[in-house]
Design a protein around this ligand. Structure first.
Ligand code: SF4
Length: 240
């Protein structure tokens, strides 16, 4: 039977026994507190892009490819500049890889990303009648598109229940003790087993700004964190 999400997953139960001072972990309460704590911070880039009217599957996938190893502060203006020139596969195909490259130059690995985006646009036109299908397997046949981008785009653009695990989601859920995994791929599988589906798409939206501003990679702000009372702080050595 699928866990309710209110109880601590088995992987974390052992850890909890060594932190008897902590309240039982309640995922609904934790996410409610995170939701409140990130008010005022910039939205995660792909959700921001959608709010600005670029919510199609193609636009979301292009935005996520641009975001790989690139800060949100760089990704968003570049995505808006590219999509202002071409927001459909047909228009992007006509733009050509050189022009795409010139438009996305500030992002990391702009040249291969330009080639990837042009190839996706071309395949969308030639194989799928000009519109990408809401199909995770198809999206992951595109070079450079893994579960993180495919799931995020499908969650936002197609309304599918999908979890997108980036470095923030992986780090924070492990520190909570909600999962105990070594890689984002393992975290995806573990979260799919324990996280209530109602939170699947929103998890990335909440934990990206939370991971950037509160539960940071080094020196997380534990002393003022709203989740401290139930967080196992797994692997945290130098909190602020
Ligand atoms: S208590 Fe510390 S480790 Fe736990 S979520 Fe908050 S900042 Fe992260």
């Amino acid at each position: 039977m699928k866990p309710s999400g209110k109880s601590l997953p088995p992987a974390a139960r052992k850890q909890a026994s060594s932190r008897a001072d902590k309240e039982p972990f309640d995922i609904d309460m934790a996410l409610a507190r995170v939701r409140e704590s990130i008010r005022g911070f910039a939205d995660a880039a792909m959700f921001d892009l959608a709010a600005r009217g670029h919510a199609s599957l193609f636009e979301q996938l292009v935005g996520c490819i641009l975001s790989i190893r690139t800060r949100d502060e760089v990704t968003l203006p570049v995505a808006l500049r590219l999509l202002s020139q071409a927001r459909t596969p047909e228009a992007m195909r006509h733009l050509g890889p050189e022009r795409i490259d010139a438009l996305i130059r500030p992002v990391t690995f702009h040249e291969p990303k330009a080639g990837t985006i042009h190839t996706i646009a071309t395949r969308a036109v030639e194989e799928f009648g000009g519109e990408l299908p809401c199909d995770a397997q198809v999206l992951q046949t595109f070079k450079g598109v893994g579960p993180k981008c495919a799931h995020l785009a499908l969650g936002i653009a197609c309304g599918q229940a999908r979890i997108s695990v980036d470095i923030h989601v992986h780090r924070v859920t492990n520190r909570w003790g909600y999962v105990r995994t070594r890689t984002p791929e393992q975290t995806l599988a573990a979260l799919e087993a324990v996280l209530p589906q109602a939170h699947w798409v929103e998890l990335n939206r909440l934990l990206v700004p939370f991971g950037k501003h509160v539960c940071t990679g080094t020196q997380p702000k534990c002393s003022t964190c709203p989740v401290l009372s139930m967080c196992q702080q797994v692997g945290v050595r130098n909190p602020r």
